[in-house]
Write a protein that binds this ligand. Structure first.
Ligand SMILES: Nc1ncnc2c1ncn2[C@@H]1O[C@H](COP(=O)(O)OP(=O)(O)OP(=O)(O)O)[C@@H](O)[C@H]1O
Length: 279
């Protein structure tokens, strides 16, 4: 069993005493080197969870433990070293005038020695395929390149957890795929826990586990296969399911014996081939 890196224990949160509860009694864990997707309808509380994880917000009830440490005003700077976040809009995440300055910024704030900084800038930009853009001004980069630099800036702090909060939402399908491939490679290399908050079904399918939020509560958590088997229930809470899952269901209704839930085209073809052999 892998160690748990993030633990939410009966967490409830609201943005003000007069505001409605945004999260109510949420408990879950995320383990070392685990890739988890958090999904849910708009306003279900996903981004709030991300902000609670790195101490941008604090819960009114319950507790959040990151790497064994309870998140509060005293531990928040340690926690932020451990939990890196990349947001949706790359233009809001730049502070440096060159790519190099930008990656250096977070390290400067944390007092990383200069030689070490130079090494980390080189290593992290290489990890995200941006080493040739060291001196480029960020506004000259494409959306996907900007997100790669934002990821490098976070990785340079050596977090244990990387949160992507709709970080690929502004990219085209190719750009999304490239970013996710890069992040997956980095996750494996650095044994990171990866939390992807997303509406993109392809990203959900890539996760080991999916946490489904509905109206501020955890509605379910399971593997992508387990989650997408509940097609109608998911649709009833405003969520999409992959097209192959809908197609499989329709084929089943027409009498095609598809035994296992398919998550992509290749798996569905395999299922159809197997059922053809047994018919
Ligand atoms: N700063 C804020 N002040 C007051 N209410 C807020 C604030 N930020 C978010 N909320 C409310 O909290 C609820 C949850 O918002 P949150 O952004 O966590 O949802 P989400 O699941 O990430 O949504 P989306 O998929 O649209 O990004 C929403 O009802 C939202 O209006």
């Amino acid at each position: 069993m892998r160690n748990s890196i993030v633990e939410f224990r009966n967490v409830s949160f609201r943005y003000g005493a007069e505001e409605p509860w945004v999260l109510k009694d949420c408990s879950f864990s995320i383990h070392e080197n685990e890739a988890v997707a958090i999904i849910g309808h708009n306003g279900s509380g996903k981004s709030t969870i991300a902000k609670l994880m790195n101490g941008l917000l604090f819960p009114q009830e319950g507790e959040i433990i990151i790497n064994g440490q309870r998140v509060n005003e005293e531990t928040v700077w340690d926690v932020r070293k451990d939990v890196g976040m990349v947001f949706q809009n790359p233009d809001n995440q730049f502070v440096g005038t060159t790519v190099q300055d930008d990656v250096a910024f977070g390290m400067e704030n944390r007092g990383v020695p200069r030689d070490e900084m130079v090494k980390r800038i080189e290593d992290t930009l290489k990890a995200v395929g941006m080493q040739q853009y060291l001196m480029t001004e960020p506004h000259k980069l494409s959306g996907g390149q900007k997100q790669r630099v934002a990821i490098a800036s976070v990785l340079a702090i050596f977090p244990s957890v990387l949160i992507l909060d709709e970080a690929t939402a502004m990219l085209d399908p190719k750009g999304r795929k490239e970013i996710m491939n890069t992040v997956t490679a980095v996750q494996e290399q650095r044994h990171l826990s990866l939390i992807t908050i997303t509406h993109d079904l392809q990203e959900v399918v890539q996760a080991e586990r999916v946490i489904v939020m509905n109206e501020g509560k955890i509605w379910d958590e399971a593997t992508p296969r387990g989650i997408f088997a509940k097609k109608e229930e998911l649709q009833s809470i405003g969520l999409d399911v992959p097209f192959v899952a809908i197609l499989s269901e329709e084929l089943r209704k027409k009498g095609v014996p598809i035994a296992n839930e398919a998550l992509n085209q290749d798996e569905l073809l395999e299922e159809l081939w197997t059922s053809h052999l047994t018919m």
